[in-house]
Design a protein around this ligand. Structure first.
Ligand code: ADP
Ligand code: MG
Length: 223
């Protein structure tokens, strides 16, 4: 099943200077795909991830999510899709500062109309080494612990598609490996993952690898 499709997408930012990080990108993401997008800092990887998740207006082209062109969706339809079907792991923290880590996860679970499943909250927090920190606020955690909490918030939704923007930043090799393992399990369960990373070691876990350069995606050979 096709989860997301980009057709000839172009994206310019009209700030002081016109910047066009995405010039012409077409991409199809199917259930069970593990994609990785690589490229140097500032090239447009985060921009592309936001476009895939329907978070940015594009300059031209089409974006289809779950079979529907987002141009034809109402604001409510698009919000529902982003909330229920897509799990974002942003580069910067999007945790709610006033809630503990455990409450953050429960809040996300209640937002996505999922039945409360406390067992899953506990399982994820344990798996990510955060169970002992469950009553801490985000700003009481280390950078790496916060990153793992952001991963937990995306996974608790059990979404169709996970968009992970440098999810191993601030993590040592042990926890980075654990995060990548969790993302691989999502794929094994028939869902899809798009990973943005600089790190070749983690990029090699993906089935489909692309380099973003000069506004265009180039598919790389995978072993
Ligand atoms: P990457 O994730 O690969 O580091 P980004 O997608 O964040 O790159 O940014 C790509 C380019 O687009 C950069 O040159 C950046 O300055 C520019 N850019 C990103 N967001 C905005 C914005 N909101 N307004 C203007 N320019 C932006
Ligand atoms: Mg980025």
């Amino acid at each position: 099943m096709e989860v997301c499709r980009l057709e000839n997408v172009k994206k310019s930012y009209e700030a002081d200077e016109n910047v066009t990080p995405i010039k012409q990108v077409s991409l199809s993401i199917n259930s069970g795909n593990f994609l990785c997008i690589e490229g140097p800092s500032g090239i447009g990887k985060s921009t592309l991830l936001y476009i895939i998740g329907g978070l940015l207006n594009i300059s031209s082209g089409n974006v289809f999510i779950d079979g529907k062109n987002i141009n034809t969706m109402t604001d409510k339809e698009l919000t529902d899709i982003r909330r229920n079907k897509i799990g974002f792991i942003f580069q910067d923290s999007n945790l709610i500062q006033a809630l503990t880590i455990e409450e953050n996860l429960i809040f996300v679970q209640s937002m996505v109309n999922k039945k409360k499943d406390y067992g899953k909250v506990k399982e994820l927090l344990t798996r990510l080494g955060l169970w002992e920190r469950k009553n801490f606020l985000p700003n009481e955690l280390s950078g790496g612990q916060r990153r793992r909490a952001m991963v937990a918030c995306a996974l608790i939704k059990d979404p169709l598609l996970i968009l992970a923007d440098e999810p191993t930043n601030d993590l040592d090799e042990y926890w980075a490996n654990e995060v990548i393992n969790l993302l691989s399990e999502v794929v094994d369960n028939g869902k899809s993952v798009v990973l943005v990373t600089h790190n070749t070691l983690w990029a090699e876990k993906a089935q489909l690898r692309f380099d973003l350069s000069n506004g265009v995606l180039h598919e790389k050979q995978c072993l």
